[in-house]
Design a protein around this ligand. Sequence first.
Ligand code: ADP
Length: 237
Amino acid sequence: MEKREELYAGKAKSVYLTDDPDRLILHYRNDTSAFDGEKIEQLDRKGAVNNKFSAFIMQKLEDAGVPTHHEGLLSDEESVVKKLDMFPIECVIRNITAGSLCKRLGVEEGMDLQTPIFEFFLKNDELHDPMINEYHIRAFGWADDEAVEKMKELTFRVNDTLTRLFADAGLLLVDYKLEFGRYQGEILLGDEFTPDGCRLWDAETRKKLDKDRFRQGLGGVVEAYEEVARRLGVDLS
Ligand code: ADP
């Protein structure tokens, strides 16, 4: 696999074309951003930890019947993925209250929800990723109804698989964000699953082990990601 020109530099990853028109290389950088890019820092080892973390989770999801873009690890900080036509949408599931939900509804953090909440957001930094619903998606043609249904179904399947996987490691999956895209007509899970895009708490102490440590200046960010990886059995060598 030959690495070609950079297609896109995001806030945390850079995307490269390859000699195969259907494959991309994702380079996980150490850059860590919050508040739509207002706070940015370099955190040692984060690129490599997230690359290996996401590869591990994508494999677990494939095993559970969720089709993903993941093909394999290329180096410490790089993975090979299928090139998707991404939907400009983020799919979120919340199991416990936290983050923007608390602000929006004036509820306290840490309430166990009676059933998971599913939310769509538009992927748009300038607009601060506004919350949208299926009518917006349909009216603006961001995805068709079949794709919307598929994304919801897969996001819930991810919840079933990962709440159990994390529970077995003594962790609570509070919430998470997924991005999907289309590949040869099929809807695949794209982007990443890492502690940058989800909330994970220790089940006993409720200590935060995700990007909220960075957002809230709690320190020990990468150490927390490594702790989660160690508990799951992710090979970080
Ligand atoms: P952001 O764009 O939010 O700053 P990143 O730094 O993570 O995010 O950049 C990665 C970009 O690559 C994202 O825009 C994501 O939608 C896109 N992407 C992830 N996986 C794929 C894929 N398989 N095919 C095409 N684009 C992808």
